[in-house]
Design a protein around this ligand. Structure first.
Ligand code: GLA
Length: 737
């Protein structure tokens, strides 16, 4: 039984294969306390960890010091304004202006499956039951349900919160986090992912100081800059030894959400930590009329005593099996060629078909036509919103192009940016009020465009219908759904003043609704999300698209860092990665074509170049890369990922591997970023193999045809010879009999 109520001890216990999560009811008033989360323990009475027999005591015993009690009790979900001076999880304003709230336990339910979250992406099919703790604050007439899902096999727990106004007056929800977790500080370090355009998701470690340390986004999307994730690591768990990050205790939390978020750790006077995560409270205020409810997005929590590697495996498993949906989730994706870096806006059917023809001959399976095929868009200054084909570029429209591409035996995919509106568009001229803007200001342009107000049904319907018309007009089997600017000037022509603070979240709900409708209309469509590269690469979007474009930086060496940070949380099957032309358009670097292939093989794989203009020598390598893709993609998509070495931290080389679930096959990717003079080979120790199996090693000349035991490969290691030149790579394949 993965969820239990230990009635005698008044403890709720959630067990996964290797972890336990315990919540206790502290006294007659119903204070819910966080007792423990960590390595699996027995069904003990651990209520003593709530320390209610120590000063300042539980109010039931000593009411003189209620504020001190509130300020020190490890609340499972903290209230606001009543004496807990640490971070609140919820703020509720009454019509009179008061803001006190404290949800107390009322009753519970243990369910077979987690309830669905209305309008929000969430994990599903949990194999270990679910718990709902019904809490309430009678002074406000507010009900607060804390929802927990247990993923036994994946060692993960999900949390979300639903609040309902059961009173007679309206209430305004000014903050609602999805997670609050109070815990002892054992000298943890904090890991987050930071970045910028073309530099997404780089790992950032810091030690914890007293007070609050946080990452967040107020950009209306998860952002290039920060990521809805944090981990707490036992000191040393991050340090790269040879073999990397497979030791030490790690807590990982991520939010299944694609808008403004906050992820924060607060170190208190008592050396405890309060970890919170949820929608960013700044700019957020949601009106709850009597009877109305609000659902906070889901967060996924993991604990591992096998370092970051353990955390990664849990996240990958949950996301792969319980979050990504649709026909492609377990399927090999078509190898695509995208014309963005090949032509930018300067293309027509003839040019595209030439690229497609050459690509088809090399084994590439799908042509993706990127930005610039609609309206009069010849640069980024116009036409977003006018989803009508530009017949000057594409005579005969999309259907003629699709027929041409299909005749070559290839599929056709297209780029769309449905959430946007260009001031220079028919749509804007007809509906200037459809852009998000403040009435008293000229809205700020970003990439020459505004954001559509997706909180409005008529706007969502227009977007849906125009996208459907495009997709029904030809045989289009893939869509790259882009989103190229962050939100600003938050104002909606329709939302009344006391609902203005709902716009950020309503926008995200609008995006989710649109993608859900799209998938219902086109169930076979392969959707790839994108946002100026990887600004909305998050678990929320993965519920709708099985893959997301990782970054506009396609340089293989920069990608090592970006893909390391991305793969820390997300399965390789979700990572859009392409081979592009050199000198690379983002950094001007020249790397061997072969290395570009090895790095892109860790993701969904494709090309982003004009294949007709490659050198003979480079073009000739494509069929070999495609052969490798077909040979290894099942393993890459479904296998377990292990980090062996991190270029981001050692500045010299990168190494990771994937191992099949039955441990019979493994693939190691090794990239020597910088060569060194006068050194001997490098010894790397592998991971995740079966110590009892013997593996045939392929790809290392000096060991070709040798069988080596898994125990030796993991403990003694392999020698990797230096390669002449920088940016060189190799794949080492291993099979056991
Ligand atoms: C974004 C995407 C690119 C490309 C351009 C087109 O930047 O990340 O891949 O599609 O938009 O404008």
């Amino acid at each position: 039984m993965a969820v239990k109520y230990l009635e005698e001890y008044k403890i709720f216990k959630l067990d996964t294969a290797h972890t336990s999560y315990c919540i206790g009811i502290a006294d007659v008033e119903g204070f819910l306390g966080h007792i423990y989360y960590g390595k699996k323990v027995g069904d003990e009475d651990l209520n003593y960890l709530l320390r209610t027999c120590e000063p300042p005591f539980v109010p039931f015993r000593n009411n003189r010091d209620r504020t001190s009690f509130y300020d020190q009790f490890p609340f499972e979900y903290s209230g606001n304004g009543l004496g807990d001076y640490r971070e609140s999880s919820i703020i509720v304003r009454t019509p009179e202006g008061g803001c006190g709230v404290l949800p107390l336990f009322e009753s519970y339910e243990i369910l077979e499956k987690k309830p669905k979250l209305q309008g929000l992406p969430a994990t599903f099919d949990n194999d270990g039951k679910a718990l709902v703790l019904h809490c309430g604050d009678p002074a406000l007439g507010l009900k607060v349900d804390l929802i927990y899902g247990v993923f036994e096999e994946a060692d993960a727990i999900t949390r979300s919160v639903i609040v309902r106004n059961d009173g007679e007056k309206p209430l305004w929800l000014e903050k609602i986090y999805s997670v609050c977790m109070d815990m002892e500080d054992r000298g943890y370090e904090m890991l987050t992912l930071h970045g910028s355009w073309a530099r997404e998701r780089q790992m950032d470690f810091r030690s914890l100081g007293y007070g609050k340390q946080s990452v967040g986004s107020l950009r209306g999307e998860t952002s290039h800059q920060e990521h809805p994730f944090l981990a707490l690591l036992e000191r040393g768990a991050d340090r790269e030894r040879d073999g990397g990050q497979d030791r030490g205790e790690v807590y990982g939390l991520q939010l299944v959400y694609s808008g403004n978020f906050l992820a924060q750790v607060e170190k208190t006077q008592m050396n405890t930590l309060r970890v919170v995560m949820g929608i960013h409270p700044e700019g957020f205020c949601w009106k709850l009329q009597p009877g109305e409810s609000f659902t906070a997005p889901e967060a996924i929590l993991t604990f591992s005593d096998q370092g970051l590697d353990g955390m990664t495996r849990s996240f990958h498993q949950v996301i792969r099996k319980h979050l990504i949906r649709g026909p492609y989730r377990n399927r090999k994706r078509p190898i695509l060629i995208n014309n963005w870096e090949a032509t930018y806006f300067d293309f027509n059917t003839e040019k595209l078909l030439k690229i497609a023809e050459c690509a088809a001959g090399l084994g590439i399976e799908m042509l993706v036509m990127d930005d610039g095929w609609f309206g009069h868009r010849n640069d980024d200054s116009s036409s977003l919103g006018d989803w009508k084909v530009n017949e000057e570029k594409l005579p005969g429209g999309l259907s003629a192009l699709a027929e041409g591409v299909n005749r070559l035996g290839m599929k056709l995919g297209i780029w769309l940016e449905p959430e946007m509106i260009s001031p220079d568009s028919e749509l804007y001229r007809a509906h200037p009020d459809w852009a998000i803007r403040l009435p008293e200001r000229e809205p700020a342009l970003c990439r020459c465009q505004y954001v559509l107000d997706l909180s409005r049904r008529e706007v969502r319907d227009y977007v849906f219908e125009s996208v459907c018309a495009v997709l029904h007009s030809a045989n289009i089997e893939y869509v790259k759904w882009d989103m190229n600017r962050q939100l600003s000037d938050l104002g909606s022509a329709e939302l009344p003043a006391d609902r203005a603070g709902e716009l950020y979240h309503r926008y995200v709900l609008g995006v989710y609704e649109l993608q859900e409708r799209l998938l219902a209309e086109f169930p076979e469509l392969l959707l790839e999300n994108c946002s100026g590269g990887g600004a909305r690469f998050d678990a929320g979007m993965l519920y709708y698209s099985p893959q997301i474009w990782c970054s506009d930086d396609t340089d293989a060496i920069e990608r090592l860092k970006i893909q390391e940070g991305t793969a820390l949380l997300y399965p390789l099957s979700a990572m859009g990665a392409h081979v592009s032309a050199c000198p690379n358009h983002a950094v001007g670097r020249v790397t061997p074509f072969e290395t570009r292939g090895f790095v892109a093989l860790a993701g969904t794989f494709g090309y982003e170049l004009d294949v007709t203009r490659l050198s003979e020598e480079e073009r000739a390598q494509i069929p070999e890369q495609i052969r490798l893709y077909h040979r290894y993609n099942d393993l890459v998509r479904e296998g377990e990922y292990y980090r062996i070495a991190s270029y981001q931290r050692n500045h010299e080389y990168d190494c990771y591997m994937v191992v099949s679930r039955n441990r019979r096959e493994a693939l190691v990717t090794y990239v020597q970023v910088l060569n060194r003079p006068n050194y001997r080979s490098r010894v790397i120790r592998l991971k995740g193999l079966d110590p009892a199996k013997r593996y045939l090693v392929e790809g290392l000349k000096h060991l070709e045809g040798r069988r080596i035991g898994g125990d030796a490969l993991m403990n003694a290691g392999l020698t990797i010879p230096g390669m002449w030149g920088d940016f060189r790579g190799m794949l080492i394949h291993m099979t056991a009999e």
